[in-house]
Every structure is written in C-alpha cells, then in structure tokens.
Ligand binder design. Sequence first.
Ligand code: PEP
Length: 249
Amino acid sequence: MRKHIVAGNWKMNNGLIQTETLISELKQQTKTSDAEVMIAPTFTNLWHAFESTRQDDIEVIAQNMHFAEHGAYTGEISAGMLKSIGIKTVILGHSERRAYFNETDESLAKKVNTALAHNMRVIFCFGEELSDRKAGNEETVVENQIKNALFHLEASAFKHIVLAYEPVWAIGTGETASPEQAQDMHAFIRKTLKSKYGETVANDMTILYGGSVKPGNAKEIFSKPDVDGGLIGGAALNAEDFYAIVNAF
Ligand code: PEP
C-alpha cells in the first residue's frame, strides 16, 4: 500500500530560534488528511527538532548524509550519526546537491546503499533540467537517474525508498509542472519500476512531486492518481502554508 507523504525541505534556512518558532507554529496546525508529515531542518537543529516533536505526528528527517561509515571526511555527517539521534529517513540526491556539490548517480548509489544498510528510509530525488525537457529528453534523463542509482537493489529494498520527482526548472522558481506533466512523469516512473521489478513494487512505490508546490496548486497536483505527495521547499518555511499543502489530500 502506498502512502501519502508531505515532506518539508528547509534547506539552509532557520537557526535554532527560528527552528523552535517554526516547530511550535507547526504544532498549532491541525492535520485533516492522512498524509505523513516530515520536516528536514539543517543538521545543527536536527536533535532539537527531533526532541521537540517526539510527541507529535511529525517525523524529523535529514537533508543529506555521506556514504562512508566514518573517517576523514571533514564537514560530513554519517548515517550512524543520524541514527544515533533518532533520525530514520534521509533525503538523497536533491538537485541542489547534484548541482552544487557534484553528487552523481554513482555517489548517490553508494549513499543509498549505506542508508539502507542502516535501516534508514530514503527519499530519493531526481528530475530533468529545463534543457532536457525542451529537447524532449525528460523521460530518458529520469529513467537513467533512477536506473543508475537504484537498479542494483533487490526488489525488497524498495519498501524503504520513496521517490521524489523534482524537475529542476520548477524548484524554487515559482514555475510548477502542470498537474498533467507531473502525472505523465509519475506514470512513466511507475512503468520504469514495473519493467524491472514487477507490478507490486511499482504499485506500492510512493512517488512525491516537488517543484514550487504551494497551497494554491497542491490540491490539483495531488489529485492526480500517480502523485502520492510532495517534497516542499519554500512553502515549508511557513506553518500555515505547509499544513494547507498537507491537508490538500
Ligand atoms: C525542493 O527544494 O525540493 C523544492 C521542491 O523547493 P520549492 O518547493 O521551493 O520549489
């Protein structure tokens, strides 16, 4: 059975005080949908966020991690470190990580392996650039990103993976894929999974859409049959907007 998930990626925003404030505002919101709610604060605030949402229906997740277990990787965070403070889910492959920190399908495959070895759930992000879409190559690009980073896995691993289709041209730009564009790509992603792993893996896969989802467009995007939730950037920094999106299911 696939789930509805709405995850807020706070990116490099919010110090400790803003984190406390936003979390207390989030707690004042009412959830009227069946969506799982997740927030991804920056590393320095993960522990605080985790502690302060222990009693709440909000999962605190990480924005990234390194593939190595430990060692001389200055400035990096390992899966074990995340697990040691109770974090069970990590976002991997966000387009900003790919664009600014040279993450590749190959390095992401290693990160996925490490996260799964630690029994973590992975929200795996991918999506085409505007130039790919203009050239009509969006499906090939997305197919390769999925195959290169995930198709070495056993079918059983996919229980611990959530996919997030995020067309790069729609992230933080105010441009959103139309609900039809999102649906078409999500159906294609499911078809790609089915071709390798069969119907059950494909049908059970939760596929999120990300790219300028706002309270005003969430309902229409989430109404599409293959869209199971959203990865939300900008609108996740405002508690009312975020819960309007959560409640759009
Ligand atoms: C994101 O960063 O994953 C994202 C979708 O950002 P935004 O909602 O701001 O486009």
